[in-house]
Design a binder for this molecule. Structure first.
Ligand code: ZN
Length: 255
């Protein structure tokens, strides 16, 4: 089971840096560089040999919303130390503005193996209440702009504000997106209205680093238990009467 983390900006105090949106509660989601390093080191220690990915079997994935300048100035540098990859969801209407990544920064992220997705054109605070055609435009215009700039088809998006309605999902599919990330704190994945939907767990500046690590560990353990159970089911069907002995062996092997 993959826990998908939702970060925003990572602030390096020594750089007197501005990154991402400010006001309306945005500061809560800014994490200091020291805290971010602690989280990354904690995750690496808890899952030796594993890397973040949005794929089955990965214990966790890292996503960064809004496209603040810290994506390239801080986050990418920290991740490069471990060769880790992440998803960056950018607001195309503020691309290149003060405090936000530039077009060359975006290309650099893709060149480093990260995935870039859309976080709409204007970051409407309540996307779900807009007229349907307007929601489609937010997804479509940003997706096309990013695809043009990057020279590759952009297929994923994250929902600003995290409010995900049926219309938001349908509009995303309409605009050509196949994966949508929300802010619903769940590890559940589902397909709905033409897109795959994944929840995420917000990381705020107040969370101690251990809470992210513990969350990923719990979900991973749960996923392993589910896999073990499935494996036992397969063994039971295939092996009939010998099943109890094999079951013992499996449990010992996987414990
Ligand atoms: Zn956002």
């Amino acid at each position: 089971m993959t826990v998908v983390f939702m970060h925003h900006d990572v602030i390096d105090a020594s750089k007197a840096q501005r990154s991402g949106f400010y006001g309306a509660g945005a500061e809560v989601y800014k994490v200091t560089l020291a805290r971010f390093r602690e989280q990354i080191a904690g995750l690496a220690a808890a899952f030796p040999g594993k890397s973040p990915a949005l794929e089955p079997g990965a214990p966790f994935a890292l996503t960064f919303d809004d496209g603040g300048a810290s994506a390239t100035e801080v986050v990418a540098e920290v991740l490069a130390e471990r060769g880790w990859k992440a998803h960056f969801f950018v607001v195309t209407g503020v691309l290149g503005m003060r405090g936000f990544v530039s077009v060359s920064g975006l290309r650099m992220l893709v060149g480093q193996g990260h995935t870039v997705g859309t976080h709409t054109v204007t970051h409407p605070r309540r996307l779900q209440v807009l007229p349907y055609a307007h929601i489609v435009r937010e997804w479509q215009d940003s997706r096309e702009r990013l695809s043009d700039l990057l020279g590759q088809s952009v297929h994923c998006g994250s929902v600003p504000g995290g409010y995900c309605s049926r219309a938001v999902r349908r509009a995303a599919a309409h605009a050509g997106l196949s994966l949508l990330l929300t802010s619903e704190p769940t590890i559940r994945r589902y397909e709905s209205d033409g897109v795959a939907v994944r929840g995420r767990f917000a990381v705020s500046g107040r969370d101690p680093a251990e809470s992210a690590v513990r969350l990923a560990q719990r979900a991973y353990a749960r996923g392993m238990r589910a896999l073990r159970w499935q494996a036992l089911g397969v063994a039971k069907n295939a092996l009939g009467p010998v099943y109890p002995a094999v079951r013992e062996g499996l449990l010992r092997l996987r414990a």
